[in-house]
Design a protein around this ligand. Structure first.
Ligand code: NAD
Ligand code: ZN
Length: 353
């Protein structure tokens, strides 16, 4: 679990105070900042980063979701430039936060981040790491994984060393996110809740957080007439609680299928989940109905016909990635999931997307 949590509008201003005790002499803090904040519309945040001494800002290129090669390269550059580093601070959406977690781990663990894609393969704690979300929904701020696309698979570094030491949840930082992006990332949270609450791994811990997160998602995307400041506050808490819910359970069908889509076509996580969830009435009928209502109410377009021109081999690649997500299927459908989920069934589902 994350060691320290600060929540509140303007809490970003406490960053200097938060980092002071964990700074080591002559060892810089590395701020890995979503590249959106290098643009003129986003650069107000930069002047608020409490830079000291040899501290460095690196803009995270999140035009694509994080790859193991990029993580390895960032860690290699930092090791070459500095003898010691105090910590890695990730400021951005789920992609940037995941990069920060992975780079922190690869500063202390040997080899490539691809060697650690799986469950409990990371052996040593990383450097001090803090996460500061600028989009709400993924739960990456609280999770024990960092999702990476590697040479052979898309899979997280799931380990007890992966969670941040500290997170700063300041809803003001999400205020200007584009409407579509906000919806797609917000729906990631909604889908986490549904998959957790309707899964076989469910327990009272996951249920308590999942129900709260779902209630907040509904306030924001179903009940409100229009977006307001409170919506940013609520969605940030929904993201946190949704992440806590799956920390002790698992996601399900939408994530397993969406991973295959994203591995082959590079479809981003939030939108990919929406594309898949829209077609999952067989597994989550009531939630899919509610999802479609939210799409309509929030005037969002969900892309269609992505897989029209794909070859058999490409379908097989997606099916292989999806089939590999065993814990997700087991959570969704129980221990005998392989009786229900066949390659033919997945092929038919992928053809609908
Ligand atoms: P993202 O981080 O991929 O960012 C999407 C886009 O939004 C980028 O172009 C980014 O520059 C921009 N952006 C970020 N903050 C902004 C702001 N305040 N205003 C305007 N633009 C902004 O999006 P995401 O949906 O937050 O994250 C998806 C990623 O999170 C995927 O890589 C996914 O695999 C990962 N993820 C991780 C976990 C986990 O538990 N570790 C869980 C779910 C998803
Ligand atoms: Zn997700």
């Amino acid at each position: 679990m994350v060691g320290y949590v600060v929540y509140g509008r303007g809490s970003f201003n406490q960053l200097d105070e938060i980092l002071s005790p964990v700074r080591k002499p002559d060892a810089p803090m590395i701020f890995l900042v979503d590249h959106f904040f290098s643009s003129t519309s986003g650069n107000k945040l930069l002047s608020r980063i409490p830079l000291k001494g040899k501290d460095k800002v690196i803009f995270a290129d999140v035009s694509h979701e994080p790859k193991t090669a990029y993580v390895d390269e960032l860690a290699r550059q930092l090791r070459a430039e500095f003898d010691t580093v105090s910590g890695i601070i990730g400021i951005g959406g789920g992609s940037t936060m995941d990069l920060a977690k992975a780079v922190s781990l690869m500063m202390t663990n040997p080899g490539s981040s691809a060697d650690y894609q799986g469950w409990d393969l990371v052996k040593k704690p990383g450097l001090y790491k803090a996460g500061i979300p600028t989009l709400s929904g993924t739960g990456a701020e609280v999770s024990r994984t960092t999702v990476l696309t590697g040479p052979t698979k898309k899979l997280g570094m799931n380990s007890d060393h992966t969670p941040f030491d500290q997170i700063v949840l300041d809803p003001e930082l999400t205020a200007n996110a584009p409407v579509n992006q906000r919806f797609y990332t917000g729906m990631d949270c909604y889908i986490h809740c549904i998959e957790s609450l309707q899964g076989t791994y469910l327990n009272e811990f996951s249920k308590s957080y999942g129900e709260k997160a779902l209630q907040l998602c509904r306030k924001v995307f179903v009940e409100k007439k229009s977006w307001d400041e409170q919506s940013d506050d609520q969605l940030m808490m929904a993201s946190y609680a949704g992440g806590m819910s799956i920390a002790y359970s698992q996601v399900g069908v939408a994530h397993a299928v969406s991973y295959g889509l994203s591995y082959l076509l590079g479809t981003r996580h939030g939108i990919g989940n929406c594309i898949v969830f829209d077609k999952l009435e067989e597994y989550y009928p009531e939630a899919v109905y509610e999802f479609r209502k939210m799409v309509e109410k929030n005037k969002i377009e969900i892309p269609q016909h992505l897989t029209g021109g794909l070859t058999d081999r490409q379908f097989d690649t997606m099916i292989n990635v999806a089939m590999g997500m065993k814990p997700l299927w087991e959570n969704a459908l129980g221990k005998n999931w392989e009786k229900t989920i066949t390659r033919e069934k997945l092929r038919a589902l992928y053809e609908k997307l």
